[in-house]
Write a protein that binds this ligand. Structure first.
Ligand code: SER
Length: 440
């Protein structure tokens, strides 16, 4: 049985391991992308390093490792409802810019995961996958051979998947096949279907590490030109790894995250895993307070646009779930201290503690002044049982007068099976922006 390491320990072990392999350890980049208009927030370890991958800029060293703060808000409406989703996570990664390639990347990943000196997972519970090839790009026989002959994994334990799983690309630019390493959490997590195996959607086999072999340059139209200097881009979710090591079901039960949730539970006077309804709220608040603390720490401020609006939506969504738990006073700023306490690896948070607390508090208080009236209006709209949809004008009033972001309104309505006339909401938004422009 492997040891139970804390999340903070695992981060340090990973970075140290790759330092012993000649990598330069860099601090996490800011969540705010620099010179990259294609992204609102950094969403992976490689995102801030794009110019080093393309060769546009010279990296500080050709081997780098990081633990990167990441935010993904694509499925914000699912956060809380399931225990699988979160907006904030940390991604561990080792990177090679035209230096080592597949062989070292695979050997080192295996060493880190299985050596008792490092995390020491049981090799029999790990399964790699490789790219099976398609009409434009050949199968990754090289990766298969390394796993099979050099690492010694029997051929029938190496899975072959297509483009959706085992080819990593983002629009045009550097891309390539990847090898994923999956961990078998055991029979009790299985969906029980006879087809359940690596690649199944259920909770049994979880992907822990993605090793991307960026060996092509794509023009975005289906043409893949081999790169002179192939790169390595790997990504391992720190919370995922912690789940595996700690033998817990999901990110919310990881040591550091659980301590944040406990603080919220104690303010609310509820216990996790007693009632599905309050669990949803506890998860939403726990996730959102982590992401908002990190965002403000990196200089994002609540606003009605772009990143600032993502932040505002997260704080307001968390505040509303606080109300659902029966918390009537502003409380999110209290929890910020615990988030900072659990994240000593990011010293900038402690430095900016007062600012982060103040920003969260102000946002929460300003929403607190209108939330009850807004909820009252929404309840009235929802109690009209014939209605399946509320008008754009009502949704706009909730937004403009009571500070309810559209997705918060939608979220609340969904609980009653109702929707919003979004087209007319958007029209009203457009008119308001025009009026503001005219007034200027
Ligand atoms: N870029 C890859 C990912 O996001 C590996 O780091 O999964």
């Amino acid at each position: 049985m492997h040891k139970n390491y804390g999340l903070n320990e695992l981060r340090e072990m990973f970075l140290k391991f790759f330092e012993t392999k000649g990598h330069l350890r860099l601090p996490s980049f800011s969540l705010i992308p620099q010179n990259d208009a294609s992204l609102l927030l950094i969403n992976s370890g490689m995102a801030p390093m794009k110019p080093w991958f393309t060769g546009e800029q010279e990296p500080p060293r050709h081997r780098v490792c990081t633990c990167q703060k990441c935010i993904r808000t694509g499925d914000i409406e699912n956060i809380g409802k399931t225990a699988r989703h979160g907006t904030y996570f940390e991604m561990l990664g080792n990177f090679s810019f035209g230096d080592y390639f597949k062989k070292d990347a695979i050997h080192w990943a295996w060493e880190f995961l299985t050596s008792p000196e490092w995390v020491g997972l049981d090799p029999n519970r790990l399964y790699p996958s490789v790219f099976e090839g398609n009409e434009t790009t050949p199968a990754d026989d090289e990766a298969f051979r390394i796993w099979n002959e050099e690492i010694g994994i029997p051929a029938d334990r190496i899975f072959k998947f297509g483009k959706a799983d085992n080819f990593w690309e983002h629009g045009s630019g550097p891309c390539g096949p990847c090898s994923e390493i999956h961990f078998d959490r055991g029979e009790k997590y299985s969906c029980g279907k006879p087809t359940c195996a690596v690649g199944c959607d259920c909770d049994r086999y979880i992907e822990v590490w993605n090793l991307v072999f960026t060996q092509f340059d794509s023009d975005g139209k289906g043409n893949y030109t081999p790169l002179d200097h192939p790169n390595i881009d790997t990504g391992m979710g720190l919370e995922r790894l912690a789940c595996v090591m700690q033998g817990v079901d999901n990110l919310f039960e990881v040591d550091t995250v659980q301590r944040i949730m406990k603080h919220i539970s104690s303010i609310a006077g509820v216990t996790y895993k007693q009632d599905e309804k309050t669990d949803v709220s506890l998860r939403v608040i726990t996730d959102h307070i982590r992401s908002t603390t990190m965002m403000i720490g990196d200089g994002v401020m609540p606003s009605n646009e772009g990143r600032g609006y993502v932040l505002r939506r997260l704080i307001r969504r968390a505040a509303r779930h606080g109300r659902l738990l029966g918390i009537e006073h502003p409380f999110l700023s209290e929890v910020v201290s615990t988030v900072i306490e659990e994240n000593k690896a990011y010293p900038e948070l402690a430095e900016k503690k007062d600012l982060i607390i103040r920003v969260v508090k102000e946002e929460e208080e300003s929403f607190g002044r209108t939330i009850d009236k807004g909820m009252q209006l929404l309840s009235e709209l929802m109690s009209d049982s014939d209605k399946k949809e509320i008008s754009g004008a009502d949704a706009f009033k909730l937004y403009d007068t009571y500070g309810f972001p559209l997705d918060l309104t939608k979220d609340i309505l969904e609980e009653k099976g109702m929707t919003v006339d979004e087209a007319s909401f958007e029209q009203l938004m457009k008119e308001q922006k025009q009026r503001a422009r005219d007034a200027r």
